[in-house]
Design a protein around this ligand. Sequence first.
Ligand SMILES: [Zn+2]
Length: 287
Amino acid sequence: MVFKSPVGTEEERNSGKIWPGGWSDAQPYNTHYDYGYHTGADLNWNTPRWDADKHAPVYSIGNGIVTYAQLFSTKYWGNIIVIDHGMVDGKPLFSRYGHVEKINVVVGQSVTAEDRIAGVGDGNGIFKNNHHLHFDISATNKLSSTPHYWPQEDRKGLQAHFVNPRDWLRQQHVVDGIAVAEDTLASNVITNNVTDNTPQAVKPSATSTVWYVIASSGVTVRKNPGVSGEEVSILPRGSKISLEAQAGNQDGYTWGRISGGKFHGNWLAIFKQDRSESYASTNPPRI
Ligand SMILES: [Zn+2]
């Protein structure tokens, strides 16, 4: 079966790159934040302006049948869509799309990867000024019985019912059965302008992602996540760095840990938790 990214243009989705275009994941799978452990990806596109992803099309990741498509709560989720993709690799497979707007499908409807099922929303106003798609993949029947299932602090529940959606889409079920040649991000990581070229330089880990400093006055690198963390350096706007998926929240900022290069293991603020300011992006800044 063909599976594609839930967001992106036709060309981007067909490229098999996960996440495609300028989409980035603000809260990767299995990271801990204010609401517990995150079950999937929070897909965002915030360049050249904040919330550029507002109303962007959301697609089914593959063939399936809609099992839930309605407002769940104006406090937590807003609208939720759940799609049953049948058995994949001997296991059930469900995909879930949260905070969406303009639901375009009904329960019982058959969909394909080409079907626009909704738009990127703000959870009926819950995430005002921070439109994003909450997207996750479950390899159990949990979302069939409990479409709003959320493990909170139950990490075992998270791991029992959800898979890493990025890895899953990337490694196992890419477009038209063609395994996407090593992720383009991972292969482009090394030549960054803050890596020193000594032989013992640390290479970015395979799970890290390329980011760019977009803050006009640069961003401070610190030994620890938090505004009291000792200052190591300042990376100017346009600096290319690799950040580990595990981002931490501290002092009102979401922090990323640098992977590889001479600042390996140090931290920088990616954005303010209220999303009012952003310091790094997976898209290079427009000079
Ligand atoms: Zn989310």
